[in-house]
Design a protein around this ligand. Structure first.
Ligand SMILES: C[S@@+](CC[C@H](N)C(=O)[O-])C[C@H]1O[C@@H](n2cnc3c(N)ncnc32)[C@H](O)[C@@H]1O
Length: 298
């Protein structure tokens, strides 16, 4: 496949836990560059794949990468939360994958503004039709709102101080680029690089990205809708990259697998999340924080 820097995270683990050997439809709600999708199509000639992504550029890349299997693939430029509205035969669905977060393609495109390591505009939109950019948030949110954002979505200790500094700074000059924001964060947090420590800008960028793209909104409701919609035996798998997201997936699966308040809809396939092997973490550092959870429709 093209985009040589890209390696699907926990590929074998995902294909195994979803059991992609069965005939039917597999849905990849975050198709990205098509890494997991390609794994399914290669392994199972009786698999039809439905792929969605809110990022049109990523979807174009996926389309190229999946060309050899085009007759078994249907792609949609849409939010995965739209899946229940698709006009497909849900009774034939055998599995669904969500690999949340960013692709290496997005991170490695400085003009998208996702990376604090590369100079770019403060954009961070996965869907370019979205009107909210990171710049707009930094430029218009009030101090308490910024502080809450950095605290809740970035778990940044210096959230209030950073919010205060942003307000003071933007009165003098607009904060427009990734590197401007990074150096401001470094100043406020007194950042000194240390092995094993997370750069504070990583937390700030994560918070902004979650807010720009509404990443946590409606995920629990979506999983519940899908759990009701798919047939017995279908498997749902989600890879998360930060604790806020993972918490939502964990709690939702646990709730839907419990008998309380009615009959359980799901059976948990992972009591504890599956995480990458040491080997994968070394060969693909992006996989380090990945957690895979899966459940089967009862
Ligand atoms: C980690 S990448 C997926 C990589 C993919 N599994 C692969 O192997 O190539 C995440 C992708 O999900 C997309 N995405 C994030 N949130 C989404 C949403 N709500 N709906 C659809 N796509 C989304 C991003 O645009 C990105 O392309």
């Amino acid at each position: 496949m093209s985009n040589r820097g890209h390696r699907p995270v926990l590929l074998k683990e995902v294909l195994d836990i979803v059991d992609v050997t069965r005939e039917g439809i597999y849905i990849d709600g975050t198709i990205g560059l098509g890494g997991h999708a390609l794994g399914i199509l290669r392994q199972n000639p009786r698999a039809a794949l439905i792929g969605l992504d809110i990022d049109e550029q990523s979807l174009d890349e996926a389309k190229k990468n999946l060309t050899p299997y085009a007759d078994r693939v249907q792609l949609f430029h849409a939010d995965f939360r739209y899946i229940p509205g698709l006009d497909i035969d849900f009774s034939a669905v055998r599995g669904m994958i969500l690999d949340l977060g960013l692709s290496s393609f997005q991170l490695d495109s400085p003009e998208r503004g996702f990376s604090f390591n590369q100079e770019g505009p403060l954009d961070m939109r996965m869907d370019l039709r979205n009107k909210t950019t990171a710049f707009k948030i930094i430029d218009t949110y009030s101090e308490p709102r910024l502080a809450r954002l950095f605290w809740e979505y970035g778990e940044l200790k210096q959230a209030r101080r950073l919010a205060k500094e942003i307000i003071a700074r933007r009165k003098v000059k607009k904060i427009e680029t990734t590197t401007e924001l990074r150096s401001l964060v470094e100043g406020v947090c007194g950042w000194i690089p240390q092995k094993g420590k997370i750069h504070p800008a990583a937390k700030v960028f994560q918070a902004l990205r979650i807010e720009v793209n509404g990443e946590l909104e409606g995920v629990a409701e979506f999983l519940e809708t899908m759990a009701r919609k798919v047939p017995t035996g279908a498997r749902l798998a989600v890879i998360s990259f930060h604790s806020l997201e993972d918490r939502i997936v964990k709690r939702t699966f646990a709730r839907l697998a419990s008998d309380e308040g009615g009959t359980a809809l799901l059976r948990l396939l992972t009591r504890k999340p599956i995480t990458p092997s040491e080997e994968e973490k070394i060969s693909n550092p992006r996989s380090r924080s990945a957690k895979l959870r899966a459940a089967e429709k009862l």
